[in-house]
Design a protein around this ligand. Structure first.
Ligand code: PEP
Length: 254
């Protein structure tokens, strides 16, 4: 059984104080939720304090990116061991904002995925097509390329621990989400490509999330799909009440 998974990506939002306040408020509201993996991904600056604020709760900590080298002369970068030291369990990799604003390549994302596993951090690998690619009928080609490149060096043991987020770029932060049916179709393809690339049935255990303008109002459309195991949430995760409503919906109530 794949356990539902809801992650909040706070991007470059919130001071340390604001991050701790939001995490603390959320912690209380979702304290009784048992069957959802709930992950907060604050900015690097707030990881330590948010980690302390949620220690002992059912919330887990994730980072928004990392470098593939464990250390070195990479000014401004953060490594896997540094995230691990702060208590991170997960790390978002290949987010479209990293791919587009910072020109991250498939090869770099693949190196980060391997480095994360080497550090016992679990990647939340983001894939998705732009509007231009979608309009050109290239959605499947683009996502297949991104998926296969990212897992090229992984073995079947890693796949159940990998989380993939299907995030159409045109749906991120736009208020325009994919339909549940379309996201479900692409999620099934992602699992198929994972299985083909790595071999064996272990992709059946990989959690595939939908991301792109998820809200308390539309989460049911996605979580109700057989191939979708949860959501990566940006804007709506900044507000503890909205994010809690998404988590509670994923848990099957209220
Ligand atoms: C994201 O940044 O991963 C995301 C899905 O953002 P939003 O929910 O705001 O569309």
């Amino acid at each position: 059984m794949r356990i539902p998974f809801i992650a909040g990506n706070w991007k470059m939002h919130k001071t340390v104080r604001e991050a701790v306040e939001t995490a603390t408020a959320l912690k209380t509201v979702v304290a009784a939720v048992e069957i959802v993996d709930i992950v907060l991904c604050p900015p690097f600056t707030a990881l330590g304090d948010v980690g302390r604020a949620i220690a002992g709760s059912n919330l887990e900590l994730g980072a928004q990116d990392m470098h593939w080298e464990p250390q070195g002369a990479y000014t401004g970068e953060i490594s896997g061991p540094m995230l691990w030291e702060l208590g991170c369990t997960y790390v978002i990799l290949g987010h479209s904002e990293r791919r587009h604003h910072f020109h991250e390549t498939d090869d770099e994302v693949a190196r980060k995925v391997q480095a994360a596993f080497a550090q016992e951090l679990l990647p939340i690998l983001c894939v998705g097509e732009t509007l231009e690619e979608r309009d050109a009928g290239r959605t499947e080609d683009v996502i297949e390329r991104q998926v296969r490149a990212a897992v090229a060096e992984l073995d079947a043991v890693a796949l159940p621990r990998l989380v993939v987020a299907y995030e159409p770029v045109w749906a991120i932060g736009t208020g325009r989400s994919a339909t549940g049916g379309e996201a479900n179709r692409v999620s099934a393809l992602i699992r198929q490509w994972l299985g083909q690339a790595v071999g064996g049935p272990s992709a059946d255990e990989t959690r595939v999330l939908y991301g792109g303008s998820v809200t308390p109002e539309n989460i049911a459309e996605f979580i109700g799909q057989p191939e979708i195991d949860g959501a990566l949430v940006g804007g709506a995760s900044l507000n503890s009440e909205a994010f809690a409503a998404i988590v509670l919906a994923a848990a099957g109530g209220p």
